[in-house]
Write a protein that binds this ligand. Structure first.
Ligand SMILES: [Zn+2]
Length: 634
């Protein structure tokens, strides 16, 4: 998953699964039971922001426990939106049945089904919301569109794995609206859509995008399986995305096929939502991705640059995260806890491969990709939290770190298993190339690790040793030691071996990093990580300071709001000018800041000018990075 363009930058939540068959988890039902019928009335989604759901659940008499989904695979967290479940009511043959919530498990309800009953009727309403300051997955609709995530509108009985519970879904759409989804359709009559029977795990993995303004763009014409971009937007103009971008998306499909050499889906849908009224995210699924960005993003060069890896990242998850999933995250239903111990592979390798595929498909130029790597390397090299928290601990803590605020992120560390794993896997890639004199690479790892029969969306779990053994197949080395050293390290500096081994050095100049420039243009804030040791929002609010660096040593801290710089009213331009002029200044940078209403003066002793990260070519060495970013597809 990725939460995009909020103050934090997270990536991806995935989706579902499972029943072990020869090491794989099938999404097909092994022992059919009577299906649960679910009918979702979405006709009020755009007006009242309510989804109404009716379920017919086959039952027998006696005690019954029903679950509301808690652990969402793509979220890596126990964050099922239970607080927005309302209007819950059960009946048998028209008679109301009492229910009570489990005192320990907020996601379980208990009932006593009367004698003679064979079917239980359940009704619930799900309250949609609007984007707020925190992550809210219920923010999934506007007046012109919505994204239906089935786990929000269903209950399922305790006792069977998710792949052995069949649903028959029906969806009522607002008049005149259409829809897109990877879910197979059985029939349609007007605004009512009947989907084919589907196991619970695949249903939850198959969101539906619906709206007034939709556009379907087929990709890689003539190729099987089929791929398409499905766009929903708040207005018609936003559907008209740049033709060059469509060309890049076509190249992305070709590059992913060349890299993975397999397809573990029947067809693939990029469900792209362009709206300012939903949570911005990228959420991976096996046969689709739920990609939501601001309405103007694709017509804004800065927006396109910052979100260039959205499709490559989420598409990669179909192989890495969906088809291959860490055993600790391949749970039988949505109530069992998931372990994040291998999320540096699930999300981290996906972030690396997404970065590579964005370059290979032309979504970012090689130069822009180097600027992206330099920006994240600098950020990670200034993580004060490296002194107490390993990369492995950020992975183990994934389920809580997604919801941590961006304030104090350097000292706390955030979901670094995304960004730092880009450096880790770049170093793996470079090391393989060096060990084999350029004959082998992570491309070979991908071919082996993600190989298997094409077609059905199955899940093949793995453990740490499977990663090590696959690396050893590609290029024998002590990969266990290599990985453990980087995962368990408390070294103060980021692992830059992939950059230096790839023929480049991380350097600092007074030229604004291109990614920082795009972020500044979009958000208005300023990133002074490598100079003052501070990140500031456009209104002067300090988002983060880095312990040990100038801003923190002057007593500044997150949540303070800068009022003036050097006697002049605050603006990002004034602060940047003070940093630029600092080498010739006669004294410290004087900052007035509000600390919860009290105005304080802070003298920032800084004299090193603007320090912006870039990669500089180390002439005379092999340029492996350039090789990595070159297109593979013919
Ligand atoms: Zn992801």
């Amino acid at each position: 998953m990725t939460i995009r363009n909020v103050k934090t930058a997270v990536y991806c939540l995935v989706a579902v699964s499972l029943a072990l068959v020869s090491g794989c988890v099938s999404r097909a039902q092994n022992s059919p039971s009577r299906p649960i019928k679910v009918t979702v009335d979405a006709t009020h989604a755009s007006s009242q922001k309510i989804l109404r759901s009716d379920l017919e659940i086959p039952v027998g008499p006696g005690p019954l426990t029903l679950y509301y989904s808690k652990w969402m695979p793509a979220d890596h967290s126990p964050d099922g939106p239970i607080t927005n479940l309302t209007g819950l009511k059960f009946t048998v043959n028209g008679q109301r049945i009492a229910w009570h919530r489990d005192p320990d498990d907020m996601y379980a309800v208990h009932l006593d089904v009367p004698a003679g009953a064979t079917s239980l009727s359940a009704h619930l309403d799900f309250l949609l919301s609007a984007p707020g300051p925190t992550i809210d997955f219920s923010a999934a609709s506007s007046s012109k569109l919505f994204i239906l995530m089935w786990h929000e509108v269903i209950l399922y009985p305790k006792g069977r794995p998710a792949n052995e519970i069949t649903f028959e879904p029906t969806l009522h759409l607002p008049d005149g609206w259409n829809f897109n989804t990877s879910l197979p359709v059985a029939s349609r009559s007007g605004s009512t859509v009947n989907f084919a029977p589907v196991p619970l795990d695949l249903l939850v993995d198959s969101p539906v995008q619906s709206g007034e303004y939709l556009r379907v763009i087929p990709l890689a014409a003539g190729q099987k399986p089929t791929h398409e971009v499905d766009i929903a937007a708040d207005d018609r103009w936003a559907l008209d995305i740049p033709p060059a971008l469509i060309d890049n998306y076509n190249r992305l499909v070709a590059e992913a096929s060349a890299l993975y050499q397999s397809h573990h889906y029947r067809d693939y849908h990029f469900l792209l939502t362009l709206s300012d009224h939903v949570l911005f995210l990228g959420q991976e699924h096996h046969e689709s991705s739920d990609d939501r960005i601001a309405e103007h993003t694709l017509v804004d060069p800065n927006g396109r640059l910052l979100d260039a890896d959205l499709f490559p990242h989420e598409f990669t998850h179909s192989w890495n995260g969906q088809y291959r999933r860490p055993a600790g995250m391949a749970t039988p239903d949505f109530q069992q806890p998931m372990r994040g111990e291998l999320i540096w592979v699930y999300e981290g390798l996906t972030d690396y491969l997404g970065t590579v595929l964005a370059a290979r498909s032309g979504l970012r130029t090689p130069e822009q990709t180097r600027e992206q790597i330099a920006a994240l390397a600098s950020m990670l090299d200034h993580r004060a939290g490296r002194s107490w928290r390993s990369l492995q601990d950020t992975a183990d803590s994934a389920q809580v770190l997604y919801f941590a605020p961006p304030e104090w992120i350097s000292y706390r560390r955030g979901t670094d298993f995304y960004t730092e794993s880009v450096l880790l896997w770049l170093e793996v890639d470079v090391t393989i190339r060096k060990l084999t004199q350029g004959q082998r690479s992570m491309n070979d790892f991908c071919k082996i690790f993600y190989g298997g029969p094409d077609g059905l969306p199955i899940i093949k779990p793995y453990v740490f040793e499977d990663v090590v053994s696959t690396l050893n197949q590609v290029a024998p080395s002590d990969w266990r030691k290599f990985l453990r050293q980087r995962l368990d390290s408390l070294e103060p500096h980021a692992p830059l071996g992939g950059i230096t081994g790839g023929g480049w050095d991380l350097v600092y100049t007074d030229t604004l990093n291109e990614i920082h420039a795009a972020r500044r243009a979009v958000s208005g804030g300023g990133d002074y990580t490598a100079s003052l040791g501070m990140v500031v929002q456009s209104d002067g609010t300090i988002q983060d300071v880095i312990p040990g660096m100038a801003a923190e040593q002057a007593g500044l801290s997150p949540y303070m709001k800068i009022i003036s710089v050097g006697g002049r009213q605050f603006s990002i331009e004034e602060l940047s000018r003070a940093v630029q002029d600092s080498p010739s200044a006669t004294g410290p940078i004087a900052i007035l800041a509000s600390n919860t209403g009290t105005i304080e003066r802070h003298n920032v002793a800084y004299r090193d000018g603007i320090r912006e990260p870039h990669l500089k070519r180390n002439e005379g060495t092999t340029d492996y990075l350039d090789e990595i970013l070159k297109p593979l597809a013919k």
